[in-house]
Design a protein around this ligand. Structure first.
Ligand SMILES: Cc1ncc(COP(=O)(O)O)c(C=O)c1O
Length: 386
């Protein structure tokens, strides 16, 4: 029996249809490195890497392809940004729904004298922006916020936060892991200084490629966490001061970036808005169906207002792990259970420490699949025992 994949916020599946071929073609027929070879194949790869930076800059409204940095994933991007930008005495504000990709680097930094305050949220995960002013300290340098919660799909008002940052001379940093390729983002219009992304979720690319986009001003403020060979300015012992080289030592994940190039072309052709509308219609169908099933509680926004297709539920009659296990074992439905690397988000939602069962729909899911999931949940309401 074919399984139903409803775990797209862990990683999207299937990938955009052109991704596998692009990666296969590069490995089979080209294979050249970048900035380290001088031949036609290498120049072709360099052109494709530049094109990928241009695609990302356009999709995300970034300042320039030069300031599109490739890393292995958003976790690496956030570490590079946080560790390169903040030092003892600095303070920042964060949302109360941050992923451990933010919380753990911040915990390390807190041991070195960096402090942070958490912006309160409603129980549905919406940031209470009226509290921002009161949380500011003379040492506050930035606001860092996850655009979309990976636990409940609640969307944070990043344009409003960007405007607040601009007004108060703070940096605005966004973790777009769950929104890039899903929601419209325009760094310049939204006053975002640094936007961190990962390639394997809404961007429909392969694992192992991500990055960050940043403004020219901020690029010069971040101390490079990593240093090494860049294939440029090889006579200097310091990492180059030019971009993107300053933040890209070592050979990049070229197959991954070319896979991302293919998925970005696909997204550009199909249009992220039409994918989002499809995912929202599945979300509406799912939430409406769930409201008829008394043994489940939906967390986060109660309808499709201000949310994406990430839906967490709690079974009232059994443990979430048992429900997720039965969904897979009996009905071949793939979800993700637990704390989703975001324990503080679960504290906001009141689901800590049990966690939730999370469904996350993607461009490939269908209304029939959502019906099957609802029917399975209905059957499990009555058959599952404590
Ligand atoms: C909001 C958020 N931030 C960061 C991450 C980490 O992503 P990656 O493992 O690609 O670095 C995730 C992935 O689950 C996420 O949902």
């Amino acid at each position: 029996m074919k399984s139903i994949y409803a775990d797209n916020s862990s990683t999207s599946f299937p990938k955009a249809p052109t991704v596998a071929q692009a990666m296969y073609d590069y490995i089979s027929y080209n294979g050249a490195s970048v900035h380290r070879s001088s031949n036609e194949d290498a120049y072709q790869v360099e052109r494709l890497l530049l094109e990928t930076r241009q695609q990302l800059q356009q999709l995300l409204g970034g300042p320039s392809p030069k300031y599109v940095i490739f890393t292995p994933n958003v976790t690496t991007s956030l570490n590079m940004v946080l560790q390169g930008l903040f030092s003892a005495g600095d303070h920042l504000l964060i949302s109360s729904l941050e992923h451990n990709a933010v919380m753990r680097p911040l915990h390390q930094l807190s041991m070195k004298g960096v402090s942070y305050s958490t912006i309160p949220s409603t129980p549905q995960g919406e940031m209470i922006t009226s509290t921002l002013e009161s949380l500011l300290l003379p040492t506050t340098k930035a606001i860092l916020v996850t655009h979309v919660s990976n636990v409940c799909g609640t969307i944070q008002p990043i344009a409003e936060i960007g405007a607040f940052c601009k007004e108060h001379n703070l940096l605005c940093i966004v973790d777009a892991a769950q929104s890039a390729g899903i929601l419209p983002i325009h760094m310049k219009d939204m006053n975002i200084d640094i936007l961190c992304f990962t390639g394997h979720k809404g961007l429909l690319g392969p694992q192992g490629v991500g990055g960050f986009l940043l403004t020219k001003d901020v690029a010069h403020q971040i101390h490079p966490l990593l240093t090494g060979g860049t294939g440029s300015f090889s006579h200097t012992i310091e990492i180059p001061t030019t971009f993107p080289d300053r933040f890209e030592p070592g050979t990049p994940n070229i197959p991954g970036i070319l896979g991302l190039h293919a998925s970005l072309s696909y997204l550009n052709t199909v249009g992220i808005d039409s994918i989002y509308q499809h995912e929202l219609s599945l979300t509406k169908q799912f939430i409406c169906g769930l409201q008829e099933l008394p043994k489940y509680t939906i967390h986060g926004m109660p309808n499709i207002h201000n949310r994406t297709a990430v839906i967490s539920i709690s079974p009232n009659h059994c443990d979430p792990a048992e429900l997720a296990h039965n969904l897979e074992e009996t009905y071949h439905i793939i979800t993700r259970v637990g704390l989703h690397c975001a324990p503080t988000a679960h504290q906001v939602l009141g689901t800590y420490p049990r966690g939730t069962v999370r469904f996350s729909f993607g461009y490939h899911n269908t209304a029939d699949e959502v019906d099957t999931i609802l029917n399975s949940l209905d059957l499990l309401q009555t058959t599952q025992l404590l």
